[in-house]
Design a protein around this ligand. Structure first.
Ligand SMILES: [Mg+2]
Length: 414
């Protein structure tokens, strides 16, 4: 299955949070407040920005709280996205809860534990899953209380090692999976992903692991739940890469308004994916005077951006958000005749993105091919570099490496 077609993110919210005591008696653990929002909202936001448009919440314990959350979420989802809730009638285990969702399940889906956040580029897991089911593995300095994973050089998991048998730095299950619905059907009503499904997939030689070193938090114990209140907002605050579109992501062939006229810049998807993997937000900020001049409409711009997003996603790359400015002072379409504050060299699009996303302005970068791009960056207080064409990945890699150094310096937990 093509990576771009995996659009469903399933989140497990049903478990009893016994280690958190009274806090979770009437509240699913993943719905607990973290810095003013339910914890699961972080996972939902991370899924949406990576193009998972089909959200499936699996509820059990205190399901009414999940239903209320879903109702609120529905009202603020972007166009084309949806959220559904499946409620297990009794505790059925992690696997049973997924299987119970039945017809709501896509053939292949991303599955997340609702009480943990593993901050790596989730589309990497989708790419590994083109060969079969996959899980995200993370290295820990000591096996401690965990089961560990043995992995062959081709990425296949060859053994799940019981607690207490492994020593030293090891890989453990990070609680994020890409699974096929078909693999769940052979099990009884109640079963566990961890102790039933995964061992079977390993025996069949079909489970792959993607090892990543991203930030990880499990809010299921009181100390980490307390830590989450400050650690999660800090982790979500990242540098951003602002990309002009025409002349940077694609060749500037003058008023490009449809996919048939779009020629990708060499290395465009690789450049975006690298930024994604480094934990840098990627935004597009593009003047589209073609709308004001009647060459195409806003719906065409939006459709083109959706098409571009799907193409990039197939390469494991994602644009976190898009801004375009359809206005121009010399418009031929009266409705768009304006010296708009979003039109570069004005910084409106950049400022709007920074108002809506937690961006480290001082570590961010804009790439553009025109002096107006650089002027917009300067007006927004953001560093900028001019791009004159060629391979965007080769051009950007050293700049992104420098930004990453700054992330590490600024965020000791990353
Ligand atoms: Mg340009």
């Amino acid at each position: 299955m093509a990576v771009a077609d995996i659009r469903q993110c399933v989140i497990l919210l049903g478990g009893l949070g016994t280690r958190l005591g009274a806090l979770t008696r009437a509240m699913p653990k993943p719905l607990l407040d973290v810095a003013g929002k339910p914890f699961v909202d972080v996972l939902v936001g991370e899924a949406l920005r990576r193009g998972f448009t089909d959200l499936l919440l699996l509820a059990g314990h205190a399901a009414d709280v999940v239903q209320d959350y879903a109702e609120g979420l529905r009202a603020r989802l972007p166009a084309g996205a949806s959220v559904t809730v499946s409620v297990e009638p009794e505790p059925m285990g992690t696997g049973g809860g997924v299987r119970f969702a039945g017809d709501l399940l896509a053939d292949r889906f991303l599955l997340l534990n609702g009480d943990t956040w593993f901050d790596f580029h989730w589309l990497d897991l989708l790419q590994a899953a083109t060969l079969g089911p996959a899980l995200a593995a993370r290295p820990v300095p000591a096996a401690d209380r965990y089961e560990t994973l043995e992995i062959a050089s081709d990425g296949r998991v060859t053994r799940i090692v019981p607690r207490g048998e492994a020593a030293g730095e090891v890989l453990i299950n990070g609680g994020a999976y890409v699974l096929d619905k078909a693999d769940l059907l052979g099990f009884p009503e109640k079963f566990s992903i961890e102790t039933d499904l995964l061992p079977q997939l390993v025996l069949q030689g079909r489970l792959r692991a993607v090892a990543r070193t991203g930030y990880f938090i499990d809010i299921g114990v009181p100390e980490s739940y307390a830590e989450a209140q400050t650690a999660i907002p800090r982790q979500r605050t990242r540098p951003a890469l602002f990309l002009d579109r025409d002349g940077v992501l694609n060749h500037d062939d003058h008023y490009v308004g449809s996919p048939d006229r779009l020629r990708w810049m060499d290395g465009a998807a690789d450049a975006v994916r690298l930024a994604n993997q480094l934990g840098i937000y990627v935004f597009v900020v593009t003047n589209q005077a073609g709308v004001a001049k009647g060459h195409y409409g806003e719906a065409d711009v939006q459709a083109l951006h959706q098409w571009m997003a799907a193409q990039l996603r197939q390469s494991g790359a994602t644009i976190d958000d898009w801004r375009y400015c359809p206005f121009h002072p010399d418009a031929t379409v009266a409705a768009y005749a304006s010296a708009h504050s979003w039109r570069k060299p004005a910084p409106g699009m950049l400022n709007d993105l920074m108002a809506q996303w937690p961006v480290q302005r001082e570590h961010s970068l804009l790439v553009g091919d025109q002096s107006t791009d650089l002027a917009a960056a300067a007006a927004a207080g953001i560093a900028a570099v001019p791009f004159a064409g060629g391979n965007l990945h080769h051009f950007l890699a050293p700049h992104l490496a420098a930004m990453t150094k700054q992330i590490k310096a600024g965020a000791p937990d990353a």
